[in-house]
Design a protein around this ligand. Structure first.
Ligand code: PLP
Length: 396
């Protein structure tokens, strides 16, 4: 893969026909190093967020060895990584996937959220005595920009009996939750951890692990979350109240926060109609969340022409290349007012849920790929004072 010092450097002697996925693996490394240094427990990468080899390799080189996987394809993709520990955390798995995960890929850690799913895991592993079982509980997603609630998670009424049942069969028992993606309020984690604490007390069942899921935020123009260190402080504070704090491992499963900064997409403007730009990637490409989740991504005009980049700014909406009218990204995207047909834009922060959601609708969806060595357009990891290393248990 060709390496450039910036998008401008790339466009100096090329006019790419296809959109260009521009990878910054060093941004993924930096995010992983931060989590490994600052989260008081095990850091799993939620493999669905970005499946690019270079990005995964960067996480692994930074020290990530554990993966949250949801399908056999994800399992096959990361199982080859030396020393990889796989956590099959999709609460609903096919019987075939459970059996292959256990037998072929050595997966020993599974999530469940009903008695039926627990039975399925036990049956397909022949009642194995070496399982770590995580009860996924439902928790409010009120502080997240992409709520994931409703689909999965045991209710407060059902959870105690499920925990008791699993305790009798599991080698190690855990509780897990997901506060929703792009959770922008640290209290989301504290509230969910208090719910875990209440469940442990009400059920009388001790657990060996608490997996607080993903949801850690990245930075976008519409969402400027507090420093990640404040999330860690909240987590330590809440985890410190747990009765099991001296016998329990903490885990987290960031996806977005590890990889959001690791990719931009470089697109070409194929038409300008007023303040609408028609570009060659969109809702069915890497920009799904800009169309359907209300996301705004940072955008800049890529040109060596300083007069153009210095021109006054205006707000634009974007249309993707397909014929579907929902291929519309309302933004607004702030760009120099002079932007016109033939110009190239860099749209940043698409490393999480960008390439993995792209499809081939209307014959689009093919990308060139390059590596960039410059800094991402926005970062959660660029200030060094944000390094209050969390220690847990905090009190002896
Ligand atoms: C998607 C997912 C994650 C990652 O979520 P982010 O919001 O990207 O951090 C973690 N755990 C589970 C179970 C998930 O489904």
């Amino acid at each position: 893969m060709d390496v450039f010092s910036s998008a401008t450097d790339l466009l100096r002697d090329r006019r790419p026909e296809r959109p260009v996925l521009a990878l910054r693996p060093h941004a993924a490394s930096r995010a992983a190093a931060w989590f490994l240094a600052n989260f008081p427990g095990r850091v799993l990468y939620a493999a669905k967020a970005n499946d690019a080899r270079q990005v995964t390799d960067a996480l692994v080189e930074a020290g990530v060895t554990a993966f949250d996987v949801a399908s056999l394809v994800e399992i096959e993709r990361v199982a080859g990584i030396e020393g990889a520990e796989l956590y099959f955390m999709n609460p609903v798995k096919s019987r075939g996937a459970i059996a292959r995960a256990y037998r072929e890929f050595g997966v020993r850690r599974f999530a469940f959220d009903t008695a039926d799913e627990l039975d399925k895991v036990l049956e397909e592993t022949d009642g194995a005595g070496d399982l770590t079982l995580f009860l996924r509980i439902a928790c409010p997603n009120t502080h997240s920009l992409i709520p994931l609630e409703g689909k999965f998670g045991a209710s407060q009424e059902d959870a105690p009996a499920l925990l008791l049942k699993a305790r009798q069969r599991a080698k190690r028992l855990g509780i897990t939750f997901h506060v929703g993606s792009q959770a922008v309020v640290p209290a989301a984690f504290g509230e969910a951890l208090r719910q875990v604490g209440q469940l442990i007390v009400s059920s009388g069942v001790l657990v060996d692990a608490i997996d607080i899921g993903g949801g850690f935020p990245a930075r976008y123009p519409h969402s400027d979350p507090p420093a990640l260190s404040s999330f860690m402080e909240e987590i330590v504070r809440a985890a410190d109240e747990l009765a099991v704090k001296h016998s329990c491992e903490l885990l987290c499963e960031p996806g977005r926060a590890l990889v959001a900064e690791a990719e931009s997409v470089i697109v070409r403007v194929d038409a300008r109609r007023g303040n609408a730009l028609y570009i060659n990637d969109g809702a069915f490409g890497t920009l799904f969340d800009a169309a359907y989740s209300g996301f705004r991504f940072p955008a800049r005009l890529v040109t060596p022409d300083r007069q153009k980049t210095a021109s006054p700014e205006a707000e634009f909406v974007l249309y993707g290349p397909t014929c579907d009218s929902s291929d519309y990204l309302p933004g607004p995207f702030v760009l120099p007012a002079c932007v016109d047909e033939g110009d190239y834009l860099e749209i940043g922060q698409v490393g999480a849920y960008g390439r993995v959601l792209a499809n081939r609708f209307n014959g689009f969806g093919e990308f060139d790929e390059v590596l960039l060595t410059d800094e991402p357009m926005l970062s959660m990891f660029d200030s060094s004072e944000d390094d209050a290393q969390a220690v847990w248990p905090a009190r002896a």
